[in-house]
Design a protein around this ligand. Structure first.
Ligand SMILES: Cc1cc2nc3c(=O)[nH]c(=O)nc-3n(C[C@H](O)[C@H](O)[C@H](O)COP(=O)(O)OP(=O)(O)OC[C@H]3O[C@@H](n4cnc5c(N)ncnc54)[C@H](O)[C@@H]3O)c2cc1C
Length: 453
């Protein structure tokens, strides 16, 4: 069947199989002789919210039916789940008991297995690190067919290769992790409108003691307005901060109706004029200065989820998301340079997001490192690829790296330069997958897995 990631690019033919069928097939094959075990490559897949080709392969193993919450210690905030549990479902269980995720991406339609494999970061990375930091242990099915318990003390190399390992070390079956205690399902938010990228960086750095911070950035604005932004910073609200209505059930929200994009937009709908118009309106939506409000957690963490299938606005040809991080030392000079290239190209998206990361964690292929990260969408066109090839070089010169879970087009040479633990990762992977079973289109393209064929 045809499969794709969230960007609808690329779309490929794959064999989609369930985890249980795959396990049966694997155990049959392990009884056969080694020569006959040569097989097409396979990769696990959760909700397919990675943008490009990281969850695409010859055989794609869906974890979605492997979706039980195995244990929830609501006194101590520790949960054990099967990897196909979807974050939105877990939130409905844990929030009413006063717990939240220690790190969450900008959508709740992801599996917990996918969150581990991408070692996702949230708006609190500068304080709390990425999701991997909160994992106590996980169970992994390796390419060699073994089920191994991995933690910082057991099979620790494999543990750190699997966190952020993009499914290439095997299929994560179960995960145990710690939660964050909350009093309410609300966030105290401050929105600050700033005139350009320099002011934005100043506000980020002055906000380091806020738990959450993120900026929406206008990538079309030029000159003195280059990188004008709205910075949102937030804290979990205390019960005393809620209004009378909210404080009746502080850990419960009234469900809101979701809207959906019903079909793929035609390609002409997104053009520099419509994007400029949208960005102008969005920028002016927030008054100059600082705005304070109490908002529910969905509005703060998952604003895009309010519009289901929003990826259709890029039309049939699809889109790519480009996310890179630059070390803090080079960010001040290089981020404006990159923004200028994007503004000059005039093809930047509505949805550009800027964030300041804190210290790097231990996942061998984890994306976050200390510095500024920018994420934005582009239509999948040849002009975009030319622009992004140029940006890759600038990111490389500045010693930055590109986020694999968003990528569908990076060249292998930049993989090696961006991820300094790549060869250790490859060694650990080879030791546990002698037949080179777990590979994706992306991992072969980037020569992460194709070197040991
Ligand atoms: C609107 C939107 C906002 C986002 N915001 C953020 C953000 O703020 N921060 C951030 O870090 N990411 C963000 N992401 C990216 C998203 O969090 C990751 O791509 C996540 O991995 C998607 O989970 P999934 O279940 O859809 O995984 P899939 O897309 O299905 O797979 C992603 C990768 O995980 C692997 N994988 C999946 N399940 C398993 C498993 N059980 N065992 C081993 N490997 C597995 C796959 O092989 C693949 O390499 C966002 C994505 C979207 C669409």
């Amino acid at each position: 069947m045809k499969l794709n990631g969230w960007g609808n690019f690329p779309i490929v033919d794959s064999k989609l199989t369930s985890l249980s069928s795959f396990l049966k097939e694997l155990s049959k094959k392990s009884d056969e002789k080694t020569e006959t075990r040569e097989q097409a490559k396979a990769i696990p897949r959760g909700m397919g919210r990675s943008y490009g080709d990281s969850s695409l392969s010859d055989t794609v193993v869906s974890t979605l039916q492997h979706n039980c919450i195995l244990d929830f210690d609501s006194n101590n905030g520790v949960v054990t789940v099967e990897s196909g549990v979807v974050l939105s479902e877990l939130l409905e269980i844990i929030i009413p008991k006063g717990w939240f995720m220690p790190a969450t991406p900008g959508t709740r339609y992801v599996t917990i297995g996918g969150m581990v494999a991408s070692d996702v970061h949230g708006k609190n990375h500068h304080c709390d690190g990425s999701f991997g930091r909160h994992i106590k242990q996980l169970t992994l099915l390796t390419g060699d067919g073994e089920k191994l318990l991995c933690s910082s003390t057991d099979n620790s190399e494999l543990f750190y290769a699997t966190i952020g390992g993009m499914g290439l070390t095997g299929i994560i079956l179960e995960i145990t992790f710690s939660l964050l205690a909350i009093d309410t399902a609300y966030i105290r938010q401050e929105s600050i409108r700033v005139k350009n990228i320099h002011e934005a960086m100043e506000v980020f750095e002055a906000s380091e003691d806020w738990t959450y911070s993120v900026a929406w950035i206008d990538c079309i604005a030029k000159g003195d307005s280059l990188g004008r932004s709205i910075i949102m910073r937030g804290e979990h609200a205390a019960t005393s901060e809620l209004d009378i209505q909210q404080s009746k059930k502080p850990l419960q929200l009234t469900p809101k109706k979701k809207r959906s994009v019903p079909f793929n937009f035609p390609s002409f709908a997104l053009n520099p004029i419509s994007i400029k118009l949208f960005n102008n309106l969005y920028y002016r939506k927030v008054p100059a200065g600082t705005t304070k409000e109490i908002i529910d957690y969905n509005t703060f963490f998952y604003p895009l989820d309010a519009l289901l299938n929003w990826n259709r606005i890029y039309g049939k040809a699809g889109f790519v998301q480009y996310q890179f991080v630059l070390p803090k030392e080079t960010s001040k000079e290089v981020m404006p340079e990159i923004l200028k290239h994007i503004a000059d190209a005039g093809s930047g998206s509505f949805l550009a997001v800027l964030k300041l990361f804190g210290k790097e964690d231990k996942g061998l292929l984890s994306f976050p490192r200390e510095g500024y990260t920018l994420a934005l969408d582009f239509p999948a066109t040849s002009a975009t690829f030319t622009l992004l090839n140029k940006l890759d070089e600038i990111v490389h010169q500045a010693e930055g790296r590109i986020y694999l879970t968003k990528d569908s087009r990076l060249q292998a040479r930049w993989m090696k330069s961006g991820y300094e633990h790549l060869s250790t990762f490859q060694k650990v992977r080879q030791q546990n997958d002698k037949n080179n079973l777990f590979r994706s289109l992306q991992s072969d393209r980037l020569q992460i897995t194709s070197n040991n064929e």
